[in-house]
Design a binder for this molecule. Structure first.
Ligand code: GRF
Length: 184
């Protein structure tokens, strides 16, 4: 089975996934693609000898990426910190084959503009005693696809948004590769 990862930033989750699947025959990460030329995820892909390329928002919206992933016969598209909206046409071509990770317990703290530190700040502002991760399928609306997996972690009053981010990242790294494997 073939996995493609789309990521816009650092790619620590992408790295965990590449590491995990480099050790099993069950599936492979065939491609890392980013909309940011300077994204550190591209360096991480090199480290694992995974082919990578960048694309523009225009190219995403014109169907270029869909065509490329279809031609590569990708079985699962993993969004790991990918910040552009996935076009409807893309979703239609990969029905129930696109998975995203969100750094909170959806339906809390999701939707457009809720990513990265904005999410952890919102958790803090709300006074939540718990946060966590949500791994879900991607549909036409931000953060509303079917939930596949959730895990929670305690938030302490003294936690800063950065502390919360660190706890959430730990959960992401621990569970995301396994959940991807189960989807394959
Ligand atoms: C993660 O927290 C993920 O939940 C979110 O974007 C972040 C990406 O982090 N969607 P990294 O680039 O994998 O380190």
């Amino acid at each position: 089975k073939k996995i493609a990862i789309l990521a816009s930033g650092s790619g620590s989750n992408a790295e965990k996934i590449m590491e995990y699947f480099s050790k099993t025959e069950k599936a492979q990460v065939s491609l890392v693609a980013s909309n940011k030329k300077e994204a550190f995820v591209l360096e991480r892909a090199k480290k694992y000898n995974v082919p990578s390329f960048t694309f523009s928002k225009k190219e995403l919206e014109s169907g270029m990426l869909t065509a490329k992933l279809l031609s590569l016969e990708i079985d699962l598209v993993v969004l790991a910190g990918f910040l552009l909206k996935i076009p409807d046409e893309f979703i239609k071509n990969f029905p129930d084959k696109i998975v995203n990770i969100h750094p909170a317990l959806l339906p809390k703290h999701g939707g457009k503009g809720m990513y990265g530190m904005y999410v952890h700040q919102a958790v803090k502002d709300a006074g939540d005693k718990e946060t966590g991760i949500t791994i879900h399928l991607v549909n036409e609306n931000y953060d509303e696809g079917k939930v596949i997996f959730q895990a929670g972690v305690e938030v302490l009053e003294k936690d800063s948004p950065e502390d919360i981010a660190n706890k959430v990242h730990e959960l992401e790294h621990k569970y995301f590769p396994n959940v991807i494997e189960s989807l394959l």
